[in-house]
Design a protein around this ligand. Structure first.
Ligand SMILES: [Zn+2]
Length: 121
């Protein structure tokens, strides 16, 4: 999403997406939508209940497993591509294929929605 230069924006404290904030006096919104304010509140409350410290985040096991596996595949793809391209004189088609291989691994990571269950302020 893009905004014209006349509207000040800030990053949502929950999702990081930039959103327009009203100019003028008054408390500035911290979240891009009410549901993100609510999820942030719930995550902070759970962090308090669990005694999480400021350096700790609680995420779902399934999310962590998907992240770990996707990072492993990205690392493997990166090593494969480096090995393939460093041998001999790669053709343009080989570069294109390597880029596609890396892009697929990156897309897999991008498709993982990472949202904390609990996070301290
Ligand atoms: Zn948001």
């Amino acid at each position: 999403m893009t905004f014209s230069g006349s509207h000040p924006t800030r990053a949502c404290e929950w999702c990081g997406e930039r959103f327009a904030v009203a100019a003028g006096p008054g408390r500035k919104a911290k979240y891009c939508r009410p549901s993100h304010r609510q999820r942030s509140y719930e995550a902070r409350r759970l962090a308090g209940d669990r005694g999480l410290g400021p350096d700790e985040v609680l995420i779902a096991r399934r999310t962590w497993e998907r992240l770990r596996d996707a990072l492993y595949r990205l690392e493997a793809a990166s090593e494969d591509v480096a090995m393939d391209l460093l041998q001999g004189k790669p053709t343009k088609a080989e570069y294109v294929e390597a880029l596609g291989h890396l892009s697929a691994a990156v897309r897999e990571l991008q498709d993982i929605a990472v949202e904390p269950l609990a996070i301290a302020e």
